[in-house]
Design a protein around this ligand. Structure first.
Ligand code: FMN
Length: 139
């Protein structure tokens, strides 16, 4: 395939199942650690809108539960502040759709690679198997 044919194909529309995409470009999920208090914000609306010339955007890993917020400042998609009444995720999707892109959310639970200091109060580190407790000694 020549370069110009490949380029034409890259920028031509594509149908992904029932989702018509404006081109073949897909943005992979990238954690940016910008969601202060785990709530998406204006900076994130701008970030995704700036990249919405892609066909498909997969969001940064986003926790479906407070127990999955084990990295610093990753967003969640479970509280009223994050989703209710056209709040922040709805603002992200609206801005992205306005530029013609499709957006999928990546659900990510940090499980055993969480750090307890990143978890909100009352949240717990969870893992598919029991966590081995290794006492940490200093000095
Ligand atoms: C800054 C950064 C953050 C990333 N965050 C995520 C993430 O949240 N979820 C995920 O599945 N992959 C994440 N990745 C991996 C990318 O989605 C992608 O798979 C990878 O960078 C592309 O593949 P390559 O590096 O092998 O070329 C991240 C990568 C980078 C560079």
């Amino acid at each position: 395939m020549s370069n110009s044919t490949a380029r034409k194909q890259l920028f031509s529309p594509y149908k992904l199942g029932s989702y018509p995409l404006q081109n073949h470009l897909v943005m992979s999920p990238m954690t940016r650690n910008r969601a202060i208090g785990n709530v998406p914000n204006d900076l994130m609306v701008k970030y995704y809108a700036q990249r919405a010339t892609a066909g498909l955007i997969v969001t940064e890993g986003t926790s479906p539960s407070e127990n999955g917020l084990g990295y610093s400042r990753i967003p969640g998609v479970f509280s009223a502040a994050q989703v209710a009444g056209g709040r922040f995720w709805a603002r992200v999707t609206k801005a992205v759709h306005a530029k013609g892109a499709t957006i999928f959310i990546q659900l990510m639970h940090t499980r055993r690679i969480a750090h307890p200091l990143n978890l909100p109060q009352g949240a717990h580190m969870l893992a598919p198997q029991p966590l081995l407790h290794i006492p940490m000694h200093r000095g």
